[in-house]
Design a protein around this ligand. Sequence first.
Ligand code: ADP
Ligand code: MG
Length: 634
Amino acid sequence: MTTATKEETLGFQTEVKQLLNLMIHSLYSNREIFLRELISNAADACDKLRYAALDDDALFEGDSELRVEIEHDSEAGTVTVRDNGIGMNRDDVIANLGTIAKSGTAEFLQQMSGEQQKDANLIGQFGVGFYSSFIVADEVTVRTRKAGANAAEGVEWRSKGEGEFSIAEVERERHGTEIVLQLKDDAKEYADDFRLQGLVRKYSDHIEVPVRMPKTETAKDDEGNAIEGSEVTTWETINEATALWVRPKSEVTEDEYKAFYKHVSHDFSDPLTWSHNKVEGKLEYTSLLFVPGRAPFDLYERDGARGVKLYVQRVFIMDDAEQFLPLYLRFVKGVLDTRDLSLNVSREILQQDPQVEKIKSALTKRSLDMLKKLAKDTEAYQTFWNTFGSVLKEGPGEDASNREKIAGLLRFSSTHADSATQDQSLADYVERMKDGQQKIYYIVADGFNAAKSSPHLEIFRKKGIEVLLLSDRIDEWLMSHLTEFDGKSLTDVAKGELDLGDVEDADEKKAQEETAKDKEDLVKRVKEALSDGVQEVKITHRLTDSPACVVLPENEMGFQMRRIMEAAGQPMPEVKPILELNPGHALVARLESADDATFGDLAHILLDQAIIAEGGHLDDPAAYVKRLNGVLTA
Ligand code: ADP
Ligand code: MG
């Protein structure tokens, strides 16, 4: 029936070879997923043909009843998965079944450790797809023809999964793809009706395309014996075969939602939560959105896959329609099915259509509400936050209209728990605010420990005022967009004047002013000694243990952000810090009584130490060491 001509042998792309090796090892205990992957691809192929046929009916070639067929032969030890979907031509086959096109793949594969459990998790993030066939098969044959092409343009692809594959031209009457797995000896169990049916129900119930298996019935004679030659084979649909999102919520089980999530997301662990909504009225759409339990490998890739699977009136239109969710919600996966767009929308049209903006804004709200609900489950929310928190932190900058909502979803470390785990909400903070405290205080540093032991926190610790400890790269940028929460301003403790509001009483304030007056001469002398190294010198009461600290003017870009910009090759204009001195510290007292010869050295040492404590770099570290040694040996 099929005669192969012009056979050619080609090598797999290096990444494919690595993936195949890893997969076969690490997914052994999970190997039944191969069927899910193959059915998922077959269903996608049917979706794609239905879409292409909107423009050109002839592509169905008179066979518009889209379906997936599964057959097995227990004697030969084979399982076949067949579809009458879009099919592939030779170039498609080489590109799709010989390479991996995802960006960042090589880097991703380097993280593999050789430890089965760990690698299984990683590969799950990556999505295993077609290549998972080789977990159970020692040879895979793919026969396919693109819908609309000539019968002579069929392609046969064959591989043992060991570094190369062969490809040949074959005659193929029907369009679509057929995949034959020659099962490994220890995987023969899959060539079994009962087993296959169970797997189809488990993994593919929610797929709209019918998945069928042959059923053979034999007529019996009066004595109950099979009549030879009377066998009739009929095709039986095994799965539910209605699009899951179309069904009423009350009729869909948790397991069905989870299985569906795996189909749309290519993830193979469960989602954390989901939200299924049908909207009628001005906008008409159904959305089913999921929050994954772990990050995909390309979360931070510029062109990583994101967005929802888009359907218009149940017809699949495209994967990864990123126009319906903001970038800061790019971890949300799912399906959008709408009547508000025309069937022939393209990515270009989506960018301009005003309906798209409206749906985007609705889906954004749904996603934020879904997270708010999830937050009631502290443990699950913590998993979410640890995985996607730094993405959500892009929100206040990207989406001003939902700023307050997003702010409510943020979690931080704080001096309240003094733990690096980010688990305190702004609402928690506000609830704990001291009498008379008007602001929410935070500090940004390069790492949690640097934040936690910053000299700027001394007065806050003494007064028992909580400070949020921020140390993610994105934090300073986040805070530049988040200036208020619940009517309280958010204040960086390392910038501008220290203002503790009414937490300090009048007596304290008066005493501070008197000290400052007392030390006017000292301040003047230090300023002269440091000349152009500082913008200003002040007496402070924010320190209890440290002799000095550096502070930036209120509207200046913070230290952390400056360092990030500089590391990115962005030259930053020089900014001189304000040096603040602790009048109660022994070193400051020593400075006051120092003679002219040592005064300058001591003043420089105090400034340099304050910069170091801030995580900064000294322009001339050797000079610092020399001065310090001079003082130590004096
Ligand atoms: P993914 O489904 O995530 O794209 P897979 O490894 O499962 O990755 O499949 C790779 C590609 O091979 C698919 O994107 C598709 O283009 C093609 N493909 C796989 N199976 C089929 C099929 N049954 N019909 C048509 N194309 C297919
Ligand atoms: Mg796939």
